[in-house]
Design a protein around this ligand. Structure first.
Ligand code: NAD
Ligand code: IPM
Ligand code: MN
Length: 355
């Protein structure tokens, strides 16, 4: 199979982890007889430094013409004082919006060997397998442009959704639940927010078409608690953009490290951008210690969701699992009998375990 992939390493640890994803994909191409071509582009602070904008039109059109996109991470203290519309994060929000990537899938799955690496009790963590379906192109991130009023004495951010935007993500949640454990938890703040009440109505309307799926409505605050006290109660979680952002970082604690969590952002035609859940980790950038597995597992999601290469995706996941089973890990993870290695060695180990 021939595929053209746009790689956007971005900032901080982005370039270090992107190297890992590319070399793993090259190994897969060799072993399974595919041809993957890569084209590097700029996004975030790196793009701002080069051209004064966090995502230029040329990169956007290359993104639209690629078969899929891999993205590292954007942002960092260097750009904290940049004008708000030109911040690195705006480049990421723009590419999501322009490509219509409304469905953000964030699987939270515990690797058995890493159960002791979580700060939570082993009895709580074991067996966790959750899929977050986070709405990604609406909600609090994309309301009317935020503004300061009254000479800087008041401020407005808006949480806006159209019915259609809620319907399509809720539909995605039901479909995902049907393919998994038939349970859908819809997370909102319906005791306060009108947008959440509309969200609940839509979930209830849709549930009639999915009688096999058990639906639970849950408030976001108590969900934050239950997620780490009873993670095994969750199967698919569907939620608003900002709620999903926060809950998925919290859920990373169950797995042992945020450096393990991949994600897929898909549009209605199935086109996808793949990136780790974590950010540019400026505190460890350039030290050769970042965990490359979230990025490598994002590449596996790309093979599965964009190219329908399930066997190849599973080969990567199995290699990651075997490396961890043998106790090889980066310094963000800590468990008895393991061996801490550098980013480069971790990448090399995964590649050598691909069968
Ligand atoms: P972060 O996810 O970058 O880092 C949080 C903590 O986790 C840090 O201590 C970091 O060292 C650690 N960490 C993260 N990924 C790791 C990995 N793969 N291996 C080992 N340790 C890892 O979040 P932050 O510090 O709040 O944000 C830093 C910057 O990243 C900000 O500018 C933010 O806007 C940006 N950000 C970007 C994305 C993205 O590009 N998708 C996501 C989140 C944050
Ligand atoms: C993420 C990040 C982004 C988000 C930021 C960098 C805009 O935190 O991908 O989770 O909030 O969506
Ligand atoms: Mn986030």
């Amino acid at each position: 199979m021939k595929k053209h992939i746009l790689t956007l390493p971005g900032d901080g640890v982005g370039p270090e982890i992107m190297t890992g994803a590319k070399s793993v994909l090259e190994k897969i191409a060799d072993d399974f007889n595919h041809e993957f071509t890569f084209e590097d582009g700029l996004i975030g602070g790196a793009a701002y430094d080069a051209s004064g904008t966090p995502l230029d039109d040329g990169t956007l059109s290359r993104a639209k013409n690629a078969d899929a996109i891999l993205l590292g991470a954007v942002g960092g203290p260097k750009w904290d004082t940049v004008e708000k519309t030109l911040r690195p994060e705006q480049g990421l929000l723009k590419i999501r919006k322009e490509l219509g990537l409304f469905a953000n899938l964030r699987p939270i799955k515990v690797f058995d060997r890493l159960i002791p690496a979580s700060p939570l009790k082993e009895t709580i963590v074991g067996g966790t397998d959750i899929l977050f379906v986070r709405e990604l192109t609406g909600g609090l991130y994309f309301g009317k442009p935020s503004e300061r009023r009254d000479g800087g004495n008041s401020v407005v951010d808006t949480l806006a959704y159209t019915k259609e935007e809620i319907e399509r993500i809720v539909e995605y949640g039901f479909q995902a639940a049907k393919l998994r454990g038939n349970k859908l938890t819809s997370v909102d703040k319906a005791n306060v927010l009108e947008s959440s009440r509309m969200w609940r109505e839509i979930v209830d309307e849709k549930s009639a078409a999915y009688p096999e799926v058990e639906v639970e409505h849950a408030l976001v605050d108590s969900t934050a608690m239950k997620l780490i006290t009873n993670p095994n109660d969750f199967d698919v979680v569907v939620t608003e953009n900002l709620f999903g952002d926060i809950l998925s970082d919290e859920a990373s604690v169950i797995t042992g490290s945020i450096g393990l969590l991949p994600s897929a952002s898909l549009n209605s035609s199935g086109f996808g951008l793949y990136e780790p859940v974590h950010g540019s980790a400026p505190d460890i950038a350039g030290k050769g210690i970042v965990n490359p597995l979230a990025m490598i597992l994002s590449a596996a999601m790309m093979l599965k969701y964009s190219f329908h290469l399930s066997e190849e995706a599973e080969a990567i996941e199995a290699a990651v699992d075997s490396a961890l089973k043998d106790g090889i890990h980066t310094s963000d993870l800590d468990f008895e009998g393991g061996r801490t290695v550098s980013t480069e060695e971790m990448i090399g180990t995964v590649i050598s375990y691909i069968k």
